[in-house]
Design a protein around this ligand. Structure first.
Ligand code: NAD
Length: 787
């Protein structure tokens, strides 16, 4: 071909990255890796092996030994032993280690990128320009957080030994997302890479030796699901941080129920890519390339559901198909390919099966190129002519497969975007910023990109809602996942009340009703429970709630969704009014607290005044807890907005019933949640006595609902209810375990405690940012600017 002909054709020639250095490195380790425990590699000749293959050609990269139970135990023990010194080290000491890791990774960018591409099948262009630089940035950024930890998080301490488990789609990047914040905040850890892609974690282990990571702070074990399950459920672990599929996330939620472990789950998604008629269509097409064909579509937040305004749908599809024909797929080490190989033959078969089975149920399939005979190259795929109930529109495919559906109006776009059990991310494409900013808060997802997709940075929180999991990685919000409050002090339970034999005179007929949907209602089952004064005499009767009462209360809270859309100023005024009305009843409350809780007059006054002050605090916070603008390195701003969780079930603590009830309800409603509260059993009447004040305080019907009855039974109903978005629970260990296990059904966001973990009267323990953070979920909205 002449030069002129080449120029006219403007085709790419091959530009293969050399893998020699990486292959030599693998050879130098005998193409076999064991476990990295207590700063050393350990190998066992009798270990089970997993072959790590290059998915684009099937060649063996290395054999990986599966960690046995003893090695797992040894790794967890090493992390435990290393913990005190690592926690005691000042932030600067830890910052130096993180900084050294960042520098070393930077020095080895080339070999690490090649190893990643060999192991995963992703194009070298992506590992070199995206995965590895982002991983390095994560270590740098978190070195900074370690440095300023003492000032920024003075009321917090590390959690302890953390188990971290990641999938295969971004092996080193996921490692960085897990390890950097954990060690920055003073935790030690045992990390497990995915069995398909362990190589860069092994390379990283060698860097740990050079970076001066103290022995035992970072331990890396290998294995598949069984090893992951054993690690997550191990009693020596204080926290589990998991990224992977929703089904495994659910299994971990169940397996760790009742173990008193903190848990974060970053799970699957089916993110919407919403294109309005006023979008720049060429930019949207390029956005789709970055969204669904980046990393072969093996991206949890891939924009795999294209929602396009009907009048431009044909035009966009035509442009898109044309662009799909120019996507280059092939050998991942070729610097001029756009799409590489899926991670394994199994993944190829899974994607293919989902598409073949799905298409049998309708839809039009368009594939730009034919499947290549070797390797696991799945062609870029577009499926149109389906509706939102189609399995391909609901299931996460985790491959380069885009489904497209039309919408007519903005509100239909929002409804369609939210028609998913997932809630990880979404992008909105419109040249009208008013429209984009109006839609962003309405989409139920943890991350929203405006006129872009798949943007990530260490300074911005990432994570989902609904079945995409809970917790955030990155940003200041992500660091709290590795911290716990320093100040909590356990308190003892009050002695049981000695119930007096009832005289007929005392058999008063005063039954306090439930408060549901702004009305006082009788329990559905017609059963009541006696409550007693501190002296053992009968105080009053309260209802025994059942499944139907819970249903009614949740339905009332769901209907009160307007509360979540109100501004903080309005909520503040209503909450102040509630405090004012309560203050009018001071004498009555002092007497009640003395009689029911057996307090002295002084103690009763103290609790009452502290309760009023607490309501005032949250009224104050209602318009002040207002998020941040993250400083990510791009031309734009990322707004981190705290949003209400939605319908919040609250299982109240047993002790200090007035202030503990207030301490739960007030922050929750101040942040815009609607509450269903199950009162203390021992002091069931106290929460219900608040009803008259709630009724006269302009709090809209359904925002606060209060029930009494058996806490364990009612908590179980709430944990299994599909319309409850989150649960706060202070209860006995068995109830906590049950809530954790039952909530796995739809992976509700939990904040659970063994009752007695704090002194509610103490404003440091019973009030503050910890409550506000748990009453909200941070949504990061990325808004680039400039042409
Ligand atoms: P997977 O859940 O099968 O495996 C993930 C990890 O969990 C692997 O290390 C695996 O060995 C381990 N594992 C498997 N069974 C386990 C068990 N019972 N207990 C403990 N650990 C176990 O997921 P995958 O197929 O490797 O990855 C794809 C999934 O990951 C997709 O659903 C994707 O959306 C999700 N993902 C989510 C994010 C996020 O940040 N939300 C990021 C990347 C990937």
């Amino acid at each position: 071909m002449t030069l002129i002909e080449s120029f006219e054709k403007l085709d790419y020639s091959d530009a293969l990255e050399s893998s020699e250095e990486a292959q030599n490195w693998l050879d130098s380790h005998g193409r076999r890796f064991g476990q990295f425990i207590n700063g050393k590699f350990e190998s066992r000749s009798d270990a089970d092996l997993i072959a790590s293959l290059n998915p684009s050609n099937g060649n063996l990269l290395a054999n990986i030994e599966v960690a046995g139970p003893n090695q797992l135990k040894k790794a967890i023990t090493a992390a435990r032993n290393a913990l005190p010194a690592w926690q005691a080290m000042d932030g600067h000491g830890r910052a130096k280690v993180l900084y050294a890791l960042a520098r070393l990774l930077q020095k080895h960018t080339r070999i690490v990128s090649v190893l990643e591409t060999l192991d995963n099948g992703k194009p070298i262009r992506e590992s070199r320009d995206i995965d590895i630089p982002l991983a390095i940035r994560h270590f740098y950024h978190h070195a900074g957080w370690a440095q300023i930890q003492e000032r920024e998080f003075s009321e917090y301490k590390s959690i302890g030994v953390v188990a971290q488990i990641v999938p295969w789609n971004f092996p080193l990047l996921m490692l960085a997302w897990k390890i950097a914040p954990a060690i920055a905040m003073g935790n030690t850890l045992v990390f497990k890479p995915a069995e398909q892609t362990p190589i860069t974690a092994m390379f990283f282990a060698h860097l740990c030796e050079q970076a001066g990571v103290p022995d035992g702070v970072i331990n890396i074990v290998n294995g598949a699901g069984t090893t992951g399950a054993a690690l997550a459920a191990h009693e020596g672990v204080d926290k589990v941080a998991f990224t992977g599929s929703t089904s495994v996330g659910r299994a971990i939620r169940k397996a760790t129920a009742g173990q008193n472990k903190k848990l974060t789950l970053e799970l699957g998604g089916k993110s919407a890519f919403v294109v309005f008629e006023d979008a720049d269509l060429d930019a949207a097409v390029e956005g789709l390339v970055d969204s669904i064909w980046f990393n072969q579509g093996e991206v949890c937040c891939a924009g795999s559901r294209l929602l396009v305004q009907a009048q431009i749908a044909d035009k966009l599809h035509t442009k898109l198909k044309k662009r799909m024909q120019t996507l280059r797929q092939g050998t991942p080490l070729n610097k001029s390919v756009d799409i590489g190989s899926l991670v394994s033959q199994t993944q190829y078969q899974r994607v293919d099966e989902l598409v073949q089975n799905g298409i049998e149920q309708g839809g039009e399939l368009y594939q730009a190129s034919t499947t290549q005979p070797d390797g696991n190259y799945y062609p870029p795929t577009l499926i149109t002519e389906i509706d939102s109930s189609h399995p391909l529109a609901q299931e996460e495919i985790f491959g380069p497969v885009l489904v497209s559906m039309p919408f007519r109006t903005q509100s239909e776009a929002v409804t369609l975007a939210n028609n998913s059990r997932y809630g990880l991310a979404a992008s909105i494409w419109s040249e009208n910023i008013n429209r984009a900013m109006d839609v962003a808060p309405k989409i139920k997802a943890g991350v929203i990109w405006i006129n872009c997709h798949n943007q990530f940075d260490a300074s911005c929180g990432f994570g989902g809602v609904r079945e995409s999991g809970f917790g955030r990685e990155g940003g200041k919000e992500g660091l709290y996942e590795y911290l716990q409050p320093k100040l909590l002090k356990k308190v003892a339970k009050s002695k049981p009340i000695k119930v007096e034999r009832q005289s007929s005179k005392e058999n008063i007929d005063r039954t306090l009703k439930f408060y549901i949907g702004g009305r006082q209602v009788r329990p559905d089952g017609g059963h009541s429970i006696a409550t007693y004064k501190a002296n053992g005499s009968l105080a009053t009767w309260v209802g025994a709630g059942n499944r139907k009462d819970i249903r009614n209360a949740v339905s009332a809270a769901t209907k009160a969704s307007n509360w979540s859309n109100q501004n903080g100023h309005l909520r503040a005024q209503i909450i102040y009014f509630f405090a004012e009305n309560l203050a009018l009843r001071e004498d009555e409350w002092i007497k009640r607290l003395q009689e029911i809780c057996g307090l002295t007059k002084k103690q009763a006054k103290t609790e009452f005044n502290a309760s009023l002050s607490r309501i005032f605090s949250y009224a104050a916070w209602a318009d002040k807890y207002d998020g941040a603008v993250h400083n990510a390195p791009y031309r734009g701003v990322t707004m981190a907005l705290p949003e209400a969780i939605g319908v919040l079930a609250q299982i109240a603590p047993e002790e200090k019933p007035l202030i503990s009830t207030i301490s739960l309800i007030a922050p929750a409603i101040a942040m815009g949640n609607r509450v269903v509260l199950i009162a203390s059993e021992r002091y069931a009447s106290i929460a219900l006595e608040l009803v008259q004040t709630l009724e006269t305080s302009d709090i809209p019907a359904g925002v606060v609902n209060i029930l009494t009855g058996n806490k364990t039974d009612l908590a179980e109903q709430l944990a299994g209810h599909a319309e409850v978005d989150g649960i706060w629970c202070w209860a006995e260990p068995e109830t906590v375990a049950q809530v954790e296990a039952t909530s796995a059904i739809d992976l509700k966001r939990l904040w659970v405690h063994i009752d007695g973990d704090r002194d509610w009267l103490d404003s440091q323990q019973g009030e503050g940012l910890e409550f506000l953070r748990n009453a909200t979920e941070v949504k990061n909205i990325w808004t680039p600017y400039g042409d």
